[in-house]
Design a protein around this ligand. Structure first.
Ligand code: F6P
Length: 521
Protein backbone atom coordinates (compact mmCIF):
# COMPACT_ATOMS: atom_id res chain seq x y z
CA UNK A 1 0.00 0.00 0.00
CA UNK A 2 1.23 3.52 -0.73
CA UNK A 3 2.90 5.24 2.17
CA UNK A 4 0.16 7.87 2.51
CA UNK A 5 -0.37 9.85 5.69
CA UNK A 6 -4.04 10.64 5.69
CA UNK A 7 -5.40 13.55 7.67
CA UNK A 8 -6.38 11.05 10.37
CA UNK A 9 -5.87 7.36 11.14
CA UNK A 10 -8.82 6.10 9.19
CA UNK A 11 -9.98 2.61 8.26
CA UNK A 12 -11.98 4.06 5.41
CA UNK A 13 -8.88 5.66 3.83
CA UNK A 14 -6.86 2.44 4.35
CA UNK A 15 -9.63 0.36 2.79
CA UNK A 16 -9.76 2.71 -0.19
CA UNK A 17 -6.01 2.53 -0.83
CA UNK A 18 -6.02 -1.26 -0.45
CA UNK A 19 -8.95 -1.41 -2.87
CA UNK A 20 -6.94 0.71 -5.30
CA UNK A 21 -3.97 -1.64 -4.93
CA UNK A 22 -6.09 -4.61 -5.91
CA UNK A 23 -8.37 -2.89 -8.45
CA UNK A 24 -6.43 0.07 -9.73
CA UNK A 25 -4.84 -1.62 -12.74
CA UNK A 26 -8.09 -2.29 -14.59
CA UNK A 27 -8.68 -0.19 -17.73
CA UNK A 28 -12.10 1.20 -18.54
CA UNK A 29 -12.39 -1.23 -21.48
CA UNK A 30 -11.76 -4.12 -19.07
CA UNK A 31 -14.26 -2.72 -16.57
CA UNK A 32 -16.97 -2.43 -19.24
CA UNK A 33 -16.18 -5.85 -20.76
CA UNK A 34 -16.34 -7.44 -17.31
CA UNK A 35 -19.78 -5.97 -16.59
CA UNK A 36 -22.23 -5.35 -19.46
CA UNK A 37 -24.56 -3.57 -17.00
CA UNK A 38 -21.85 -1.12 -15.86
CA UNK A 39 -23.31 1.84 -17.75
CA UNK A 40 -26.71 1.62 -16.05
CA UNK A 41 -25.37 0.51 -12.67
CA UNK A 42 -23.18 3.62 -12.37
CA UNK A 43 -25.74 6.13 -13.69
CA UNK A 44 -28.10 7.99 -11.37
CA UNK A 45 -30.86 10.58 -11.45
CA UNK A 46 -30.56 13.69 -9.31
CA UNK A 47 -33.58 15.97 -9.58
CA UNK A 48 -34.07 16.39 -13.35
CA UNK A 49 -30.39 15.62 -14.00
CA UNK A 50 -28.93 12.33 -15.20
CA UNK A 51 -25.43 11.63 -13.89
CA UNK A 52 -23.24 8.89 -15.43
CA UNK A 53 -20.00 8.09 -13.55
CA UNK A 54 -19.47 4.72 -15.33
CA UNK A 55 -16.53 6.17 -17.32
CA UNK A 56 -14.69 7.02 -14.11
CA UNK A 57 -11.87 4.63 -13.05
CA UNK A 58 -13.86 2.98 -10.27
CA UNK A 59 -16.50 0.33 -9.70
CA UNK A 60 -19.49 -0.27 -7.41
CA UNK A 61 -17.18 -1.45 -4.62
CA UNK A 62 -15.18 1.78 -4.91
CA UNK A 63 -18.39 3.78 -4.59
CA UNK A 64 -19.37 1.89 -1.45
CA UNK A 65 -15.95 2.43 0.11
CA UNK A 66 -16.16 6.14 -0.74
CA UNK A 67 -19.55 6.39 0.95
CA UNK A 68 -18.01 4.66 3.99
CA UNK A 69 -15.34 7.38 4.00
CA UNK A 70 -18.07 10.02 3.86
CA UNK A 71 -19.84 8.39 6.81
CA UNK A 72 -16.59 8.26 8.79
CA UNK A 73 -16.00 11.96 8.05
CA UNK A 74 -19.55 12.86 9.06
CA UNK A 75 -20.43 14.54 5.76
CA UNK A 76 -24.18 14.05 6.11
CA UNK A 77 -24.16 15.34 9.70
CA UNK A 78 -22.26 18.34 8.38
CA UNK A 79 -24.95 19.03 5.77
CA UNK A 80 -27.67 18.85 8.46
CA UNK A 81 -25.71 21.15 10.79
CA UNK A 82 -25.12 23.58 7.94
CA UNK A 83 -28.79 23.71 6.99
CA UNK A 84 -29.76 24.27 10.65
CA UNK A 85 -27.51 27.32 10.80
CA UNK A 86 -24.87 25.80 13.09
CA UNK A 87 -21.34 27.22 13.06
CA UNK A 88 -19.65 25.22 10.29
CA UNK A 89 -17.18 27.87 9.12
CA UNK A 90 -14.80 27.32 12.04
CA UNK A 91 -12.04 29.81 11.23
CA UNK A 92 -14.57 32.66 10.97
CA UNK A 93 -16.83 31.20 13.69
CA UNK A 94 -19.85 31.55 11.42
CA UNK A 95 -22.62 29.45 9.91
CA UNK A 96 -22.99 29.00 6.14
CA UNK A 97 -26.51 30.06 5.27
CA UNK A 98 -26.62 29.90 1.47
CA UNK A 99 -29.27 27.13 1.43
CA UNK A 100 -31.63 29.23 3.57
CA UNK A 101 -31.69 31.83 0.76
CA UNK A 102 -33.73 29.42 -1.34
CA UNK A 103 -35.67 27.67 1.42
CA UNK A 104 -39.30 28.77 0.94
CA UNK A 105 -40.16 27.96 4.59
CA UNK A 106 -40.96 31.17 6.54
CA UNK A 107 -37.31 31.55 7.45
CA UNK A 108 -37.48 35.18 6.49
CA UNK A 109 -34.45 34.95 4.25
CA UNK A 110 -36.40 34.21 1.10
CA UNK A 111 -39.28 36.62 1.78
CA UNK A 112 -37.06 39.51 2.86
CA UNK A 113 -34.73 39.29 -0.11
CA UNK A 114 -37.17 38.42 -2.81
CA UNK A 115 -39.93 40.77 -1.74
CA UNK A 116 -37.97 43.99 -2.24
CA UNK A 117 -36.20 42.67 -5.33
CA UNK A 118 -39.60 41.79 -6.79
CA UNK A 119 -40.90 45.30 -6.11
CA UNK A 120 -37.94 46.87 -7.89
CA UNK A 121 -38.42 44.56 -10.85
CA UNK A 122 -42.12 45.49 -10.96
CA UNK A 123 -41.27 49.22 -10.97
CA UNK A 124 -38.75 48.69 -13.78
CA UNK A 125 -41.06 46.50 -15.86
CA UNK A 126 -43.99 48.94 -15.61
CA UNK A 127 -41.84 51.93 -16.51
CA UNK A 128 -42.13 53.48 -13.07
CA UNK A 129 -38.40 53.26 -12.35
CA UNK A 130 -37.09 56.59 -13.60
CA UNK A 131 -33.79 58.40 -13.34
CA UNK A 132 -32.83 61.86 -12.07
CA UNK A 133 -34.30 63.62 -15.13
CA UNK A 134 -37.50 61.54 -15.14
CA UNK A 135 -36.52 59.29 -18.04
CA UNK A 136 -37.45 55.60 -17.80
CA UNK A 137 -34.61 53.29 -16.79
CA UNK A 138 -33.70 50.87 -19.62
CA UNK A 139 -30.16 49.80 -18.72
CA UNK A 140 -28.40 48.27 -15.75
CA UNK A 141 -24.66 48.17 -15.04
CA UNK A 142 -23.64 45.49 -12.55
CA UNK A 143 -20.37 46.06 -10.68
CA UNK A 144 -18.75 43.29 -8.65
CA UNK A 145 -15.91 40.76 -8.62
CA UNK A 146 -15.42 37.13 -7.57
CA UNK A 147 -18.55 35.77 -5.91
CA UNK A 148 -20.19 39.16 -6.47
CA UNK A 149 -19.89 38.70 -10.21
CA UNK A 150 -19.08 35.21 -11.47
CA UNK A 151 -22.27 33.40 -10.44
CA UNK A 152 -24.83 36.01 -11.42
CA UNK A 153 -22.99 36.79 -14.67
CA UNK A 154 -22.81 33.08 -15.52
CA UNK A 155 -26.54 32.71 -14.83
CA UNK A 156 -27.33 35.84 -16.86
CA UNK A 157 -25.52 34.38 -19.89
CA UNK A 158 -27.03 30.91 -19.30
CA UNK A 159 -30.57 32.31 -19.14
CA UNK A 160 -30.21 34.90 -21.92
CA UNK A 161 -33.29 33.41 -23.61
CA UNK A 162 -35.33 34.30 -20.50
CA UNK A 163 -34.04 37.89 -20.30
CA UNK A 164 -36.03 41.08 -20.99
CA UNK A 165 -34.97 42.16 -24.51
CA UNK A 166 -35.89 45.77 -23.67
CA UNK A 167 -33.42 45.89 -20.79
CA UNK A 168 -29.68 46.25 -21.49
CA UNK A 169 -27.69 44.65 -18.66
CA UNK A 170 -23.94 45.14 -18.64
CA UNK A 171 -21.34 43.60 -16.30
CA UNK A 172 -17.99 44.94 -15.13
CA UNK A 173 -15.70 43.19 -12.67
CA UNK A 174 -12.12 44.28 -13.22
CA UNK A 175 -9.81 47.10 -12.24
CA UNK A 176 -8.78 47.69 -15.88
CA UNK A 177 -10.60 50.89 -16.90
CA UNK A 178 -11.33 49.33 -20.31
CA UNK A 179 -13.59 46.83 -18.53
CA UNK A 180 -15.89 49.55 -17.16
CA UNK A 181 -15.63 51.70 -20.29
CA UNK A 182 -16.91 48.79 -22.36
CA UNK A 183 -19.74 48.24 -19.88
CA UNK A 184 -20.80 51.92 -20.05
CA UNK A 185 -20.29 52.31 -23.81
CA UNK A 186 -23.35 53.74 -25.54
CA UNK A 187 -25.54 53.87 -22.42
CA UNK A 188 -27.53 56.97 -21.50
CA UNK A 189 -26.62 57.99 -17.91
CA UNK A 190 -30.15 59.36 -17.48
CA UNK A 191 -31.62 55.92 -18.21
CA UNK A 192 -29.12 53.74 -16.38
CA UNK A 193 -28.96 52.32 -12.87
CA UNK A 194 -25.77 50.92 -11.34
CA UNK A 195 -25.83 48.00 -8.90
CA UNK A 196 -22.73 47.84 -6.69
CA UNK A 197 -22.39 44.20 -5.60
CA UNK A 198 -19.96 43.66 -2.78
CA UNK A 199 -20.51 41.49 0.25
CA UNK A 200 -18.00 43.49 2.32
CA UNK A 201 -18.55 46.76 0.40
CA UNK A 202 -14.84 47.18 0.85
CA UNK A 203 -13.37 45.59 -2.29
CA UNK A 204 -10.92 47.93 -4.00
CA UNK A 205 -11.83 47.02 -7.57
CA UNK A 206 -15.57 47.34 -7.06
CA UNK A 207 -15.53 50.61 -5.12
CA UNK A 208 -13.08 52.14 -7.63
CA UNK A 209 -15.50 51.22 -10.43
CA UNK A 210 -18.43 52.61 -8.42
CA UNK A 211 -16.65 55.94 -8.01
CA UNK A 212 -15.90 56.04 -11.74
CA UNK A 213 -19.58 55.49 -12.54
CA UNK A 214 -20.46 58.42 -10.25
CA UNK A 215 -18.17 60.59 -12.39
CA UNK A 216 -19.80 59.12 -15.50
CA UNK A 217 -23.22 60.10 -14.16
CA UNK A 218 -22.10 63.68 -13.42
CA UNK A 219 -20.43 64.05 -16.83
CA UNK A 220 -23.66 62.79 -18.37
CA UNK A 221 -25.78 65.46 -16.70
CA UNK A 222 -27.08 63.30 -13.86
CA UNK A 223 -26.33 65.83 -11.12
CA UNK A 224 -27.92 63.69 -8.45
CA UNK A 225 -27.34 59.96 -9.06
CA UNK A 226 -28.47 58.73 -5.62
CA UNK A 227 -31.76 57.37 -7.03
CA UNK A 228 -29.79 55.50 -9.71
CA UNK A 229 -27.26 53.68 -7.54
CA UNK A 230 -28.11 50.46 -5.74
CA UNK A 231 -26.14 48.11 -3.52
CA UNK A 232 -26.18 44.38 -2.74
CA UNK A 233 -24.11 43.78 0.36
CA UNK A 234 -23.91 42.21 3.79
CA UNK A 235 -22.46 45.49 5.13
CA UNK A 236 -25.27 48.05 4.62
CA UNK A 237 -23.50 50.56 6.86
CA UNK A 238 -20.54 50.61 4.46
CA UNK A 239 -22.92 51.17 1.56
CA UNK A 240 -24.63 54.05 3.40
CA UNK A 241 -21.23 55.61 4.13
CA UNK A 242 -20.36 55.28 0.45
CA UNK A 243 -23.52 57.26 -0.37
CA UNK A 244 -26.04 54.63 -1.40
CA UNK A 245 -29.56 55.51 -0.21
CA UNK A 246 -31.01 53.15 2.41
CA UNK A 247 -33.99 52.15 0.27
CA UNK A 248 -31.61 51.20 -2.54
CA UNK A 249 -29.60 48.80 -0.38
CA UNK A 250 -30.40 45.06 -0.61
CA UNK A 251 -28.66 43.37 2.27
CA UNK A 252 -28.04 39.72 3.11
CA UNK A 253 -26.38 37.82 5.92
CA UNK A 254 -22.60 38.01 6.27
CA UNK A 255 -22.82 34.23 6.78
CA UNK A 256 -23.47 33.79 3.07
CA UNK A 257 -20.13 33.00 1.43
CA UNK A 258 -19.33 35.15 -1.63
CA UNK A 259 -18.93 32.14 -3.93
CA UNK A 260 -22.16 30.67 -2.50
CA UNK A 261 -24.17 33.90 -2.86
CA UNK A 262 -25.82 33.40 -6.26
CA UNK A 263 -29.28 33.13 -4.65
CA UNK A 264 -28.75 36.41 -2.75
CA UNK A 265 -29.36 40.04 -3.80
CA UNK A 266 -25.94 39.83 -5.48
CA UNK A 267 -28.07 38.49 -8.37
CA UNK A 268 -30.35 41.57 -8.45
CA UNK A 269 -29.09 42.44 -11.96
CA UNK A 270 -29.88 38.91 -13.09
CA UNK A 271 -33.34 39.06 -11.55
CA UNK A 272 -34.12 42.44 -13.19
CA UNK A 273 -33.31 40.80 -16.52
CA UNK A 274 -35.04 37.41 -16.26
CA UNK A 275 -37.82 38.53 -13.93
CA UNK A 276 -39.00 37.45 -10.49
CA UNK A 277 -40.76 34.26 -11.63
CA UNK A 278 -37.73 32.87 -13.46
CA UNK A 279 -35.38 33.84 -10.63
CA UNK A 280 -37.69 32.14 -8.13
CA UNK A 281 -37.80 29.08 -10.40
CA UNK A 282 -33.99 28.94 -10.26
CA UNK A 283 -34.16 29.09 -6.45
CA UNK A 284 -36.69 26.24 -6.49
CA UNK A 285 -34.26 24.15 -8.54
CA UNK A 286 -31.54 24.84 -5.97
CA UNK A 287 -33.92 23.95 -3.13
CA UNK A 288 -34.84 20.66 -4.85
CA UNK A 289 -31.20 19.53 -4.66
CA UNK A 290 -30.78 20.97 -1.12
CA UNK A 291 -33.72 18.82 -0.02
CA UNK A 292 -32.35 15.70 -1.72
CA UNK A 293 -28.96 16.14 -0.03
CA UNK A 294 -30.62 16.26 3.40
CA UNK A 295 -32.98 13.36 2.71
CA UNK A 296 -30.55 10.92 1.12
CA UNK A 297 -27.23 9.92 2.72
CA UNK A 298 -26.05 8.52 -0.63
CA UNK A 299 -26.97 11.59 -2.66
CA UNK A 300 -25.41 12.37 -6.03
CA UNK A 301 -23.74 15.69 -5.13
CA UNK A 302 -21.91 13.75 -2.39
CA UNK A 303 -21.04 10.96 -4.85
CA UNK A 304 -19.52 13.48 -7.28
CA UNK A 305 -17.54 15.02 -4.41
CA UNK A 306 -16.29 11.56 -3.49
CA UNK A 307 -15.28 10.92 -7.12
CA UNK A 308 -13.25 14.14 -6.90
CA UNK A 309 -11.61 12.80 -3.70
CA UNK A 310 -10.90 9.45 -5.45
CA UNK A 311 -9.38 11.10 -8.53
CA UNK A 312 -7.36 13.67 -6.54
CA UNK A 313 -6.21 11.87 -3.39
CA UNK A 314 -6.01 8.25 -4.59
CA UNK A 315 -5.40 8.39 -8.36
CA UNK A 316 -3.34 11.60 -8.17
CA UNK A 317 -5.13 13.59 -10.90
CA UNK A 318 -4.54 17.25 -10.11
CA UNK A 319 -7.13 18.96 -12.27
CA UNK A 320 -10.80 18.83 -13.23
CA UNK A 321 -12.02 20.08 -16.60
CA UNK A 322 -15.67 21.12 -16.93
CA UNK A 323 -17.04 21.30 -20.48
CA UNK A 324 -20.70 22.19 -20.96
CA UNK A 325 -21.88 21.47 -24.51
CA UNK A 326 -23.82 24.71 -24.47
CA UNK A 327 -22.79 28.18 -25.70
CA UNK A 328 -25.01 29.82 -23.11
CA UNK A 329 -23.28 27.95 -20.26
CA UNK A 330 -19.80 28.99 -21.44
CA UNK A 331 -19.13 30.98 -18.21
CA UNK A 332 -19.83 27.92 -16.03
CA UNK A 333 -16.21 26.82 -15.63
CA UNK A 334 -15.12 30.36 -14.62
CA UNK A 335 -17.82 30.35 -11.93
CA UNK A 336 -16.76 26.86 -10.77
CA UNK A 337 -13.13 27.92 -10.65
CA UNK A 338 -13.88 30.23 -7.75
CA UNK A 339 -16.50 27.97 -6.14
CA UNK A 340 -14.23 24.90 -6.09
CA UNK A 341 -10.71 26.34 -5.97
CA UNK A 342 -11.39 29.08 -3.40
CA UNK A 343 -13.20 26.44 -1.28
CA UNK A 344 -10.77 23.53 -1.69
CA UNK A 345 -7.37 25.05 -2.52
CA UNK A 346 -6.13 24.72 1.05
CA UNK A 347 -3.44 22.78 2.91
CA UNK A 348 -4.56 23.53 6.48
CA UNK A 349 -7.52 21.65 7.96
CA UNK A 350 -10.62 23.31 9.43
CA UNK A 351 -9.08 22.72 12.87
CA UNK A 352 -5.68 24.19 11.99
CA UNK A 353 -3.61 21.06 11.27
CA UNK A 354 -1.56 20.67 8.10
CA UNK A 355 -3.06 18.26 5.58
CA UNK A 356 -0.84 15.47 4.23
CA UNK A 357 -3.09 14.12 1.45
CA UNK A 358 -3.41 15.72 -1.98
CA UNK A 359 -6.35 18.13 -2.06
CA UNK A 360 -7.69 21.01 -4.15
CA UNK A 361 -7.56 20.20 -7.88
CA UNK A 362 -7.23 22.94 -10.50
CA UNK A 363 -10.66 23.55 -12.07
CA UNK A 364 -10.81 24.80 -15.65
CA UNK A 365 -12.73 24.39 -18.88
CA UNK A 366 -14.62 25.96 -21.76
CA UNK A 367 -17.78 25.19 -23.70
CA UNK A 368 -17.87 22.32 -26.19
CA UNK A 369 -17.21 21.85 -29.07
CA UNK A 370 -14.85 24.88 -28.92
CA UNK A 371 -12.89 23.01 -26.25
CA UNK A 372 -12.35 20.12 -28.69
CA UNK A 373 -10.45 22.53 -30.91
CA UNK A 374 -8.47 23.88 -28.00
CA UNK A 375 -7.30 21.48 -25.27
CA UNK A 376 -8.79 18.06 -26.05
CA UNK A 377 -5.51 16.95 -27.65
CA UNK A 378 -3.95 17.01 -24.17
CA UNK A 379 -6.93 15.19 -22.71
CA UNK A 380 -6.65 12.37 -25.27
CA UNK A 381 -2.89 11.91 -25.63
CA UNK A 382 -1.24 13.90 -22.86
CA UNK A 383 0.90 12.28 -20.17
CA UNK A 384 -1.38 13.75 -17.47
CA UNK A 385 -4.72 12.04 -16.78
CA UNK A 386 -7.24 14.92 -16.47
CA UNK A 387 -10.77 13.95 -15.38
CA UNK A 388 -13.52 15.87 -17.12
CA UNK A 389 -17.21 16.68 -16.59
CA UNK A 390 -19.15 16.73 -19.85
CA UNK A 391 -22.50 18.50 -19.46
CA UNK A 392 -25.21 18.18 -22.12
CA UNK A 393 -28.82 19.17 -22.77
CA UNK A 394 -31.47 17.53 -24.92
CA UNK A 395 -33.00 20.94 -25.75
CA UNK A 396 -31.09 24.21 -26.03
CA UNK A 397 -32.95 27.45 -26.76
CA UNK A 398 -35.91 25.05 -27.25
CA UNK A 399 -34.18 23.38 -30.19
CA UNK A 400 -32.55 19.95 -30.26
CA UNK A 401 -28.97 19.90 -31.42
CA UNK A 402 -28.00 16.37 -32.40
CA UNK A 403 -24.52 17.34 -33.59
CA UNK A 404 -23.67 18.96 -30.26
CA UNK A 405 -24.88 15.95 -28.27
CA UNK A 406 -23.16 13.53 -30.66
CA UNK A 407 -19.85 15.31 -30.05
CA UNK A 408 -20.29 15.08 -26.28
CA UNK A 409 -20.99 11.35 -26.41
CA UNK A 410 -18.22 10.67 -28.91
CA UNK A 411 -15.69 12.48 -26.73
CA UNK A 412 -16.72 10.56 -23.59
CA UNK A 413 -16.44 7.31 -25.55
CA UNK A 414 -13.07 8.12 -27.15
CA UNK A 415 -11.57 9.41 -23.90
CA UNK A 416 -12.63 6.18 -22.19
CA UNK A 417 -11.82 3.59 -24.87
CA UNK A 418 -9.42 5.20 -27.33
CA UNK A 419 -10.18 4.40 -30.94
CA UNK A 420 -11.77 1.01 -31.53
CA UNK A 421 -8.65 -0.97 -32.45
CA UNK A 422 -10.78 -3.62 -34.16
CA UNK A 423 -11.71 -1.04 -36.82
CA UNK A 424 -8.45 0.85 -37.05
CA UNK A 425 -5.94 -1.84 -36.03
CA UNK A 426 -3.90 -1.68 -39.24
CA UNK A 427 -4.06 2.03 -39.94
CA UNK A 428 -3.15 3.45 -36.54
CA UNK A 429 0.31 4.97 -36.41
CA UNK A 430 2.07 5.68 -33.12
CA UNK A 431 1.06 9.33 -33.42
CA UNK A 432 -2.59 8.49 -33.97
CA UNK A 433 -2.85 5.97 -31.16
CA UNK A 434 -5.36 7.04 -28.48
CA UNK A 435 -4.63 5.24 -25.19
CA UNK A 436 -8.13 5.83 -23.83
CA UNK A 437 -8.70 5.11 -20.13
CA UNK A 438 -9.32 8.83 -19.59
CA UNK A 439 -12.09 9.31 -16.99
CA UNK A 440 -15.17 11.44 -17.48
CA UNK A 441 -18.51 12.09 -15.81
CA UNK A 442 -21.45 12.86 -18.10
CA UNK A 443 -24.23 15.06 -16.72
CA UNK A 444 -27.33 15.31 -18.91
CA UNK A 445 -30.41 17.51 -18.50
CA UNK A 446 -33.58 17.87 -20.60
CA UNK A 447 -33.05 21.63 -21.13
CA UNK A 448 -31.21 24.70 -19.80
CA UNK A 449 -34.08 26.28 -17.84
CA UNK A 450 -33.88 28.45 -14.69
CA UNK A 451 -34.95 25.51 -12.56
CA UNK A 452 -32.40 23.11 -14.03
CA UNK A 453 -29.65 25.73 -13.85
CA UNK A 454 -30.50 26.04 -10.16
CA UNK A 455 -30.19 22.26 -9.80
CA UNK A 456 -26.77 22.29 -11.53
CA UNK A 457 -25.52 25.13 -9.31
CA UNK A 458 -26.64 23.41 -6.09
CA UNK A 459 -25.17 20.10 -7.32
CA UNK A 460 -21.71 21.69 -7.61
CA UNK A 461 -22.08 23.71 -4.38
CA UNK A 462 -22.86 20.58 -2.32
CA UNK A 463 -20.25 18.55 -4.24
CA UNK A 464 -17.66 21.16 -3.25
CA UNK A 465 -18.70 21.24 0.41
CA UNK A 466 -18.74 17.42 0.60
CA UNK A 467 -15.23 17.21 -0.84
CA UNK A 468 -14.01 19.76 1.68
CA UNK A 469 -15.50 17.90 4.62
CA UNK A 470 -13.93 14.59 3.51
CA UNK A 471 -10.56 16.31 3.23
CA UNK A 472 -11.07 18.03 6.59
CA UNK A 473 -10.96 21.45 4.88
CA UNK A 474 -13.12 24.47 5.76
CA UNK A 475 -14.84 25.15 2.41
CA UNK A 476 -16.13 28.58 3.51
CA UNK A 477 -13.09 30.75 4.28
CA UNK A 478 -10.43 32.23 1.99
CA UNK A 479 -7.57 33.51 4.10
CA UNK A 480 -5.12 32.92 1.25
CA UNK A 481 -6.31 35.90 -0.78
CA UNK A 482 -6.19 38.55 1.93
CA UNK A 483 -2.42 39.20 2.03
CA UNK A 484 -2.12 39.89 -1.70
CA UNK A 485 -4.79 42.57 -1.51
CA UNK A 486 -2.90 44.44 1.25
CA UNK A 487 0.46 44.09 -0.51
CA UNK A 488 -1.02 45.60 -3.67
CA UNK A 489 -2.35 48.62 -1.82
CA UNK A 490 1.13 49.30 -0.41
CA UNK A 491 2.70 49.16 -3.86
CA UNK A 492 -0.02 51.44 -5.25
CA UNK A 493 0.97 54.01 -2.62
CA UNK A 494 4.63 53.69 -3.60
CA UNK A 495 3.81 54.15 -7.28
CA UNK A 496 1.61 57.14 -6.61
CA UNK A 497 4.09 58.78 -4.26
CA UNK A 498 7.20 57.79 -6.27
CA UNK A 499 8.76 56.47 -3.05
CA UNK A 500 9.59 52.84 -3.84
CA UNK A 501 10.39 50.81 -0.75
CA UNK A 502 13.97 49.58 -0.49
CA UNK A 503 12.65 46.43 1.18
CA UNK A 504 11.50 44.84 -2.06
CA UNK A 505 13.33 41.88 -3.59
CA UNK A 506 15.49 42.64 -6.63
CA UNK A 507 12.85 41.31 -9.05
CA UNK A 508 10.07 43.51 -7.70
CA UNK A 509 12.37 46.51 -7.57
CA UNK A 510 13.46 46.15 -11.20
CA UNK A 511 9.91 45.42 -12.39
CA UNK A 512 8.64 48.60 -10.70
CA UNK A 513 11.50 50.57 -12.26
CA UNK A 514 10.71 49.22 -15.74
CA UNK A 515 7.01 49.92 -15.28
CA UNK A 516 7.70 53.48 -14.24
CA UNK A 517 10.11 53.97 -17.16
CA UNK A 518 7.51 52.79 -19.65
CA UNK A 519 4.86 54.81 -17.84
CA UNK A 520 7.00 57.80 -18.92
CA UNK A 521 7.94 58.81 -15.40
O1 F6P B 1 -11.43 36.75 -3.71
C1 F6P B 1 -11.61 37.13 -2.41
C2 F6P B 1 -13.04 37.58 -2.22
O2 F6P B 1 -13.24 37.92 -0.89
C3 F6P B 1 -14.06 36.52 -2.66
O3 F6P B 1 -14.24 35.51 -1.71
C4 F6P B 1 -15.27 37.37 -2.89
O4 F6P B 1 -16.28 36.71 -3.63
C5 F6P B 1 -14.65 38.55 -3.66
O5 F6P B 1 -13.36 38.73 -3.04
C6 F6P B 1 -15.47 39.82 -3.66
O6 F6P B 1 -15.69 40.21 -2.33
P1 F6P B 1 -16.90 41.25 -2.05
O7 F6P B 1 -18.18 40.56 -2.49
O8 F6P B 1 -16.85 41.51 -0.57
O9 F6P B 1 -16.65 42.48 -2.87
Amino acid sequence: MEDVNTSSNSHAWENLFQHHESNGGLSLIERFNANPERGSQLSFSCGDLWVDVSKQSLNAETVELLFQLAREKGVNDFFHSMSKGDVVNLSEEAPALHTSLRNPLPSGMVEENLGRMKELHQKLKTGHLVGYSGKQICSVVNLGIGGSHLGSFMAFEALKDYGNPELEVRWSSGLDIADLEDALLGLDPEQTIVIVCSKTFNTFETLSAARRTQTWFLEGGVNNFSSQMFAATSEPENALTFGIEAENIFSFSSSIGGRFSLASPVSLGLMLSIGYENFDDMLQGMHLIDTDVLANDKNIPLLLGLVDVWNRSVLGANSLAVVPYSYRLREFSSYLQQLMMESLGKSISSTGESIEIETGMAVWGASGTDAQHSFFQALHQGTEIMPIDLIGFAQLSDKTNDELFANLIAQAQTLAFGQDLAEDADSVTEYEFLPGNRPSTVILAPELSPNILGQLIALYEHRTVATGVVWGINPFDQWGVEHGKKAALKIVDELKNSEVSSNHDSSTTSLIARYRHWRND
